[in-house]
Write a protein that binds this ligand. Structure first.
Ligand code: ZN
Length: 295
């Protein structure tokens, strides 16, 4: 599944909703510094002679004197600037650890200059515990594809007609099924029998949590920032919510309660046929079984 997210989102750490993608500028500078240092340590080396001539071995004065080296000696000119902020490798420090520390330092200074990127959803919902949301998303015992779809919903990346109309892709911002405004919430738990389905699922979740449906939140579908004890119950709640999300996306043309129940039944069979899946949710999904009264 392919979809677009801002580059800065991918560079966020994994526990912050990104993919910990390498920062190319920091990585290249890192390689450049390490390479120059290595060359400087060699004898009979042209670069080592230049570094000696311009007093560039070790850390240079901070702030750097940028007029000291002619700009046409580009790599020495740049190294003079970088070396002013570069930590010296300790005697006991391995090359690998030194490179890691260097990369971390470069990232910190890049972020200090450019400002730390905050995701759009973090700005919209600053009170949400986003670390818990990303942890829950990766803990949900569902397929990678379902996690991917949920990720898009959480990031508000679904091309609803409200969004498409805003950039003149669709003639109107209304839903093709029912003519209501096609927002993310409308797709998730309103359109078709969406209200009925969500109401039913809230009673299921309430039974799982031994509470009343009013204590379950609509917000959980888009911001699952809860941490329920024990972890098996947390997994079961996450499995249920993820299935509501994926079924709503798959059943766009016939979002009926009966179709949804059948979908949920098959999905649970798949999970329970897998030993790992059974271990993750324990007995918590038995609340989906019909009660003796047939209700
Ligand atoms: Zn609709």
């Amino acid at each position: 599944m392919t979809f677009k997210v801002p580059f800065s989102t991918l560079q966020q750490p994994k526990d912050a909703g990104g993919t910990a993608l390498i920062h190319i500028m920091a990585k290249c500078t890192n390689l450049f510094i390490v390479r120059m240092e290595r060359q400087g340590q060699q004898t009979d080396n042209f670069t080592a002679d230049w570094l000696t001539k311009w007093h560039l071995h070790g850390r240079t004065p901070n702030p750097p004197d940028i007029r000291r080296i002619p700009t046409k000696l580009d790599y020495l000119y740049r190294y003079n600037i970088q070396a002013a902020y570069t930590p010296i490798r300790g005697n006991l420090e391995s090359q690998k650890i030194y490179r890691k520390l260097l990369y971390k330092g470069l990232l910190t200074s890049i972020h200090a200059v450019a400002g730390l990127h905050e995701m759009r959803i973090q700005k919209l919902w600053p009170d949400t515990d986003w670390i818990q949301v990303w942890k829950n998303l990766s803990d949900a015992p569902v397929s990678d594809n379902t996690q991917c779809v949920w990720y898009q919903f959480i990031h508000d990346l679904i091309p609803t007609n409200v969004r498409l109309h805003r950039i003149n892709v669709t003639p109107s911002n209304t839903c093709q099924q029912c003519a209501a405004i096609d927002t993310l919430e409308h797709r998730l738990n309103v359109c078709g029998e969406g209200r009925l389905i969500w109401q039913y699922m809230k009673t299921i979740l309430a039974r799982m949590l031994r509470t009343i449906p009013a204590r379950t939140s609509n917000e959980w579908l888009l911001r699952p920032h809860f941490n329920i004890w024990p972890s098996k119950r947390n997994h079961a709640v996450l499995w249920t919510l993820a299935n509501v999300v994926i079924s709503r996306l798959l059943q766009r043309t016939a979002p009926k309660l009966q179709d949804f129940m059948y979908f949920l039944f098959r999905s649970r069979c798949k999970l329970m046929n897998n030993r790992l899946g059974r271990d993750l949710v324990g007995n918590y999904l038995t609340v989906l079984d019909p009660t003796p009264t047939g209700r």
